[in-house]
Design a protein around this ligand. Structure first.
Ligand code: IMP
Ligand code: MG
Length: 175
């Protein structure tokens, strides 16, 4: 018998798309002449970043960094590690970090400090979703998409034990 949790749609793909479109307009207004580096945090941001960059019609570069804070499952280990660092030199560049979800804030607080040491011209954060009720460390979200409830979410890049990243909607897992 399969007793696995079943995903239930919380935010349909169409609503995500409208949110991405709004964020793209805000980012275009601020970055169109800055040749920014859009820095995706792997793996969760890959779907959002792919949709976002295709709505940005100006010169930019894409870079990735891989961090790990969660072990397996739904628990954060609380300590952040750089699993794959930057290849690109970001000194004097305008960096826009692209994240899937801000939860406790531990990952982003760590990353912002890590990036500032590399002396970029600016660093800002764009997050598709925000779980403010879970925040432990303050994080400034400059371009904010959706506010989501304190539930474990999957889909649109978000995983549970590496599953469900390919779902087109943001879903909650139900028993
Ligand atoms: P933090 O707690 O803000 O450090 O969140 C770190 C990372 O945990 C996020 O970038 C996500 O990749 C992941 N994460 C947080 N909440 C969820 C969730 O509800 N579903 C899947 N991944 C999550
Ligand atoms: Mg992430």
């Amino acid at each position: 018998m399969n007793t696995q949790a079943k995903p239930r749609v919380l935010i349909p793909g169409a609503e995500i798309e409208a949110t991405v479109k709004r964020l793209a307009a805000e980012i275009t207004r601020d970055y169109r002449d800055k040749n920014p580096v859009l820095l995706g945090i792997l793996k969760g941001s890959f779907v959002f970043l792919a949709d976002l960059v295709r709505k940005l019609d100006f010169p930019l570069q894409v870079e990735f960094i891989r961090l790990s804070s969660y072990g397996s499952g739904q628990q954060s280990s609380g300590s952040v590690k750089v699993v794959q660092g930057l290849r690109l030199n970001i000194k004097d560049r305008h960096v826009l970090v692209v994240e899937d979800i801000v939860d406790t804030g531990v990952t982003l607080a760590f990353l912002m400090e890590y990036l500032k040491k590399k002396k970029p011209a600016s660093v800002r954060l764009c997050a598709l979703s925000d779980k403010p009720s879970r925040r432990r460390v303050p994080v400034q979200i400059d371009y904010q998409g959706l506010t989501v409830p304190d539930r474990f979410l999957v889909g649109y890049g978000l995983d549970c034990d590496e599953k469900y990243r390919n779902l087109p909607d943001i879903c909650v897992l139900e028993e």
